[in-house]
Design a protein around this ligand. Structure first.
Ligand SMILES: *[C@@H]1O[C@H](CO)[C@@H](O)[C@H](O)[C@H]1NC(C)=O
Ligand SMILES: *[C@@H]1O[C@H](CO)[C@@H](O)[C@H](O)[C@H]1NC(C)=O
Length: 390
């Protein structure tokens, strides 16, 4: 029965089509007015199919993928920012400071500048430890501000305060401040972020910063290498503001990422002029000046917290994004937590960065404290993508 039924229904279709064609030909030849109607009737079925099925599916598809499409078309709607002036960076432990300064075209000072390192802290205790241990020998005062609100306006504990006893090694040089969140619903997270950065300017004055002291402005996970800060505090005539080009990593030092990191800056402080900021402030970019390890967390719960707290929390477009198993798989594969396309300015760069990142098994030129405590920070080392749950 089935094959018969099938073939006969097919035949009917053929016949109907044929008949329709013939009738149409005859009728349409006669009257051009009816021709239009004939054509309309002829495509009726396909048109309805198109309007009722294909169009809604496409609209839904475009709706759900709109972020991807906008990103992919970014080279059309946004031109790249003005390129940086790259400053070559020279370093070897066996080259004298005088020679290093000279290689950069700078003179050497009689004594080094004082250095202030100022950060807004969220919850990244491990990365803060690695940062402060790396910079420890060169820093005059560490400035840390934390809020009981995330940038996206969620309440959070004062994580630094609860872990403060782990940081006894630099307690005498710490200027610590807290700030109450404003908890404005529906506000752009960048407003809360800017508000917290203004509070840092006050902390800096409390810490006793003076003209021509060096000030590092960066997120906790943007770690300048110790030798870079040593160079900048010893050399004269360095630019008043310098962006630091950092090696970029995602999830751990297993995944170097060719997306450029340039937001960290070092300033020669000017009273009343210097403002704490995290955007483009000058054209000068010092090459290979440290590490930027984004989403380098020990526990899956910290990933979830960060995804909700982050200034780009709008990228969490479905509860499924926060599923712990999904997050663990992504960390091991080296794909994107937000299922987004790379934010680049040319099609060549976007296409070049599609798909998972390449694994790296080099642990050369990483922060010394990390290698000296490799057991404690195993999850940051190449080849250890499994995270602690909970
Ligand atoms: C570095 O300097 C030390 C002592 O000044 C010397 O023994 C060593 O060979 C040098 N190493 C390199 C790689 O030049
Ligand atoms: C945040 O801190 C401020 C100032 O200390 C306090 O008034 C407020 O109640 C705190 N809010 C939360 C949700 O902890």
């Amino acid at each position: 029965m089935m094959p018969d039924g099938y073939s006969s229904s097919k035949k009917t279709d053929d016949i109907r089509e044929d008949v329709c064609g013939q009738v149409q030909q005859a009728a349409c030849a006669a009257l051009s007015m009816t021709r239009l109607r004939c054509i309309l009737r002829g495509v009726d079925l396909k048109t309805y199919l198109f309007l009722l099925v294909i169009v809604p599916i496409s609209i839904l598809g475009i709706y759900f993928q709109s972020q991807k499409i906008t990103c992919f078309l970014r080279p059309l709607w946004q031109s790249p920012p003005k390129p940086f002036v790259n400053i070559p960076h020279y370093y070897h432990p066996n080259v004298s400071m005088e020679n290093l300064c000279k290689l950069h075209g700078w003179g050497i000072r009689k004594y080094p500048r004082r250095v202030f390192d100022a950060v807004v802290f969220n919850n990244e205790v491990d990365i803060l430890t690695i940062r402060w241990k790396e910079l420890d020998p060169y820093i005059t005062q560490f400035i840390l501000l934390e809020s009981n609100s995330t940038f996206s306006g969620l309440p959070k504990p004062y994580f630094f305060a609860t872990n403060r006893d782990q940081f006894k090694f630099m307690e005498p040089r710490l200027t610590y401040g807290t700030i109450g969140g404003r908890f404005r619903k529906g506000e752009n997270p960048f407003v809360e972020e800017a508000y917290q950065r203004v509070a840092i300017d006050q902390l800096l004055r409390i810490a006793g910063i003076q003209d021509d002291d060096l000030l590092i402005m960066s997120d906790v996970d943007e770690i300048p290498s110790g030798h870079t800060i040593n160079l900048l505090r010893w050399c004269d005539d360095i630019p008043p503001i310098l962006h630091l080009h950092l090696r970029n990593y995602l999830y751990s030092f297993e995944f170097p990422w060719d997306h450029r990191s340039w937001r960290a800056t070092v300033h020669r402080y000017r009273m009343g002029k210097t403002r704490y900021a995290h955007f483009r402030q000058t054209d000068y970019l010092l090459s290979d000046a440290g590490w930027h390890c984004s989403f380098c967390f020990r526990r899956i719960s910290e990933f979830i917290f960060k995804m909700k707290a982050y200034s780009h929390n709008d990228r969490v477009r479905s509860p499924h994004f926060l599923n712990p198993k999904r997050i663990q798989d992504i960390i091991c594969k080296g794909t994107d937590l937000y299922d987004m396309l790379p934010e680049e300015y040319t099609f060549k760069q976007i296409i070049g960065q599609l798909g998972p990142m390449t694994h790296s098994y080099s642990a050369i030129h990483l922060p010394a404290y990390l290698l000296n405590n490799a057991d404690k920070y195993k999850y940051l080392m190449p080849g250890n993508c499994r995270r602690e749950s909970g």
